[in-house]
Ligand binder design. Sequence first.
Ligand SMILES: N[C@@H]1[C@@H](O)[C@H](O)[C@@H](COP(=O)(O)O)O[C@@H]1O
Length: 248
Amino acid sequence: MISVHRFVDPAAVGRAAADLVDAAVLERGERVIGLATGSSPLETYAELVRRHGGDATSAYRDVEAFLLDEYIGLPSDHPQRYAAVIRREFTDAMGIPSGRVHGPDADAVDLAEASRAYDRTIERSGGVGVQLLGLGSDGHIAFNAPGTSFDERTHVATLGGSTRRDNARFFGGDIDAVPRSALSQGIATILRARSIVVIATGAGKAHIVAQVLASGPTEALPATALHGHDDVVLLVDAAAGVLLEGHG
Ligand SMILES: N[C@@H]1[C@@H](O)[C@H](O)[C@@H](COP(=O)(O)O)O[C@@H]1O
């Protein structure tokens, strides 16, 4: 079941998402957090850094963090590698040591084995306690494009045209610079998280938010897999929630 909450603007969404992550880590004692890249969680990260960044005794210093995905084919020093992005935008400022920030090994020669290894590492950590998620404009979560089986674990995902166009803004607007594939947690991996917080802000997400909530689970719309999880909260701002009636 997806429970929907509407807020006035992205900053309020960020505070609400930070409250949910804090509840998991500080109150429920979760020690494994799942992190998303993209612009949706940025306000959440900024809020968590404001609350806990300078605190050397914070429980966040002990967490293990797992990324959803990593581009395949970017040079090791490329600033848009998600491992670099998350350190820059969140984990360094939170004081989470880089050795505890994990991502799939997109440089591996054997990507199938690297995928299985990533799933094993997540399992061994005790599983993700709270997972942050954004929503792609075609309904993708992580890099699971429409049509991806809900049973997939971490795997090589092909980036669709709309996803590469959306992400070109991180590559100086040049769609040709956006990788064509990524190593991504699968939907079955994501659904193993004990709780999931989905963030959607801005008018550009209004349609997909309404579609996901109106549809039953279908592989044509990957985010609808979340209907089958028992602890999913979707936080939207006024612009992303504008097409919703009767929610929150
Ligand atoms: N792989 C990422 C997703 O994890 C992200 O949720 C989505 C939405 O991005 P944004 O939050 O920038 O709208 O885009 C990318 O493709």
